[in-house]
Design a protein around this ligand. Structure first.
Ligand code: ATP
Length: 431
């Protein structure tokens, strides 16, 4: 398995992920997605949305704002409970999460540590022109609360019946202390979250269902069986709102770590928001002829962690005819670029023209790229490194026979295809 440095340097070299504000030395644990990375990230989000919203009749989408009324975070328990215990090193002044320390001394310099103190992970900012406590708001640390406070709005406007879900993808912010490990733990990241509302007595069944559903989703898009597992939370690990929780873990280079959590949040959030806001967040159960508060099952995944896992799992380093070949064997739905069109000789205007015509003809439905800035061997290597599915090469013969060479990323097999048939050929390929 590739280590994180290898992945991070590939990401930088090939425009997948850059350090944020790099020219100023970077902002700790904040990352930017480059031209290739944004495609990969969009593909991850698109596939999640497709399987959550488009392919189902019981889930609706939502896009709530990042800023919310400050009461939301008091009511949800985040103001009092969303804290890590931190200890400072008296010698080098670095801060560490107490629960991650192996010994009670500084892991960097061996210095003495202070007593652990709670530290809230939410970022604060202000609305309006006055910076006072009354204008203080938080950047959301999870997208879920936007779903809970809109429960009634979605219910009434979409006329859904239980069980039903509300899905959302969006940014979340946490002032993480233990950072590092590339994008794994970022201070600004994206979540893909869904709250599935059920009758209380059916909630355990749906909890099991969503654990299995989400576990298989990652495998459907290429995560290898041996690199993914489920782990049940111990009682003392459970978040303040959860009755039970499973993590889907991936074998990252630093060890098994959380990719997604599936939590049984019970009726905690709806009840809390209803009691503090004074607004009913219940559901009229026609069978029982009465109001009930649904339970919520929450699959909560990180977009950035999913991108990282897909990158790590698809990375392959092999020897081909004595030369090193690095290839991202990404699933066809995830590959940032589907086709790259490459003229064999860039100093032959007729070849360049023919290649550009093909490129213009293909682009539209998926991301196609054109490159004539290096020799063909180099161009192939570049495309392999970003997981491009097909390379279409235009050579001197193409001018006469109107055929091009299509090279498959994984088998490296080449087919000679007539230009008229190219679109159809690519569309009909199994991947
Ligand atoms: P961890 O234990 O790793 O800090 P968590 O249990 O706090 O994670 P949740 O609150 O369950 O995480 O968040 C749901 C998902 O959001 C996680 O499974 C992860 O994919 C993603 N996530 C959470 N925090 C971060 C972060 N700092 N950077 C990137 N992704 C994150």
């Amino acid at each position: 398995m590739a280590d994180l440095n290898t992945i991070a340097s590939l990401c930088k070299r090939r425009g997948i992920i850059f350090l944020n504000s790099e020219i100023y030395g970077g902002l700790g644990s904040v990352w930017d997605y480059g031209p290739i990375g944004v495609e990969l990230k969009n593909n991850v989000k698109r596939l999640w949305w497709k399987s959550m919203v488009y392919e189902r009749e019981d889930i609706e989408g939502l896009d709530a704002a990042i800023l919310m009324h400050p009461e939301v975070w008091k009511t949800s328990g985040h103001v009092s409970g969303f804290k890590d215990l931190l200890a400072d090193c008296k010698n080098c002044k670095k801060r560490f999460r107490h629960d991650l320390l192996e010994k009670n001394v500084c892991p960097e310099c061996g210095g003495e540590l202070t007593e652990p103190r709670p530290f809230n992970l939410m970022f604060k900012t202000f609305v309006g022109s006055v910076e006072s406590e009354s204008s203080e708001v938080f950047l959301r640390p999870e997208t879920a609360q936007g779903i809970f406070v809109n429960f009634k709005n979605v219910l009434v406007s979409s006329r859904k019946k239980l069980p039903f879900g509300i899905a959302q993808i969006g940014k979340a912010f946490r002032n993480e202390i233990t950072t590092g490990n590339f994008t794994f733990r970022s201070r600004e990241f994206e979540q893909m979250e869904m709250e599935y509302f059920t009758r209380p007595e059916e909630s355990d069944k749906w909890f099991e269902y969503w654990i299995q559903e989400r576990f298989s989703w990652y495998q459907r898009f290429g995560i290898k069986k041996e690199n993914i597992r489920l782990r049940k939370h111990e009682r003392e690990e459970l978040a303040h709102y959860a009755k039970s929780c499973y993590d889907i873990e991936f074998l990252f280079p630093m060890g098994w770590s959380e990719l997604e959590g599936i939590a049984h949040r019970t009726d905690f959030d709806l009840k809390q928001h209803s009691s503090v806001s004074g607004k009913s967040l219940s559901y009229f159960d026609e069978e029982k002829k009465g109001e009930i508060t649904p339970h919520a099952i929450e699959p909560s995944g990180g977009v950035d962690r999913a991108v990282l896992a897909f990158l790590i799992d698809s990375y392959k380093d092999e020897k081909v005819r004595g030369e090193k070949r690095v290839v991202l064997e990404l699933h066809k739905e995830l590959a940032p670029i589907k086709v790259a069109v490459l003229p064999l000789l860039r100093n032959r205007p007729e070849l360049v023209k023919m290649a550009k015509d093909i490129y213009r003809d293909l682009r539209g439905d998926y991301k196609v790229s054109y490159d004539d800035t290096a020799s063909i061997g180099r161009l192939y290597r570049r495309q392999d490194e970003i997981g491009t599915l097909y390379c279409v090469t235009v050579d001197v013969e193409s001018l006469d026979d109107k055929k091009v060479t299509v090279r498959d990323r994984d088998t490296m097999k080449q087919d000679r295809i007539s230009v008229d048939m190219l679109k159809k050929y690519i569309e009909e390929k199994p991947k």
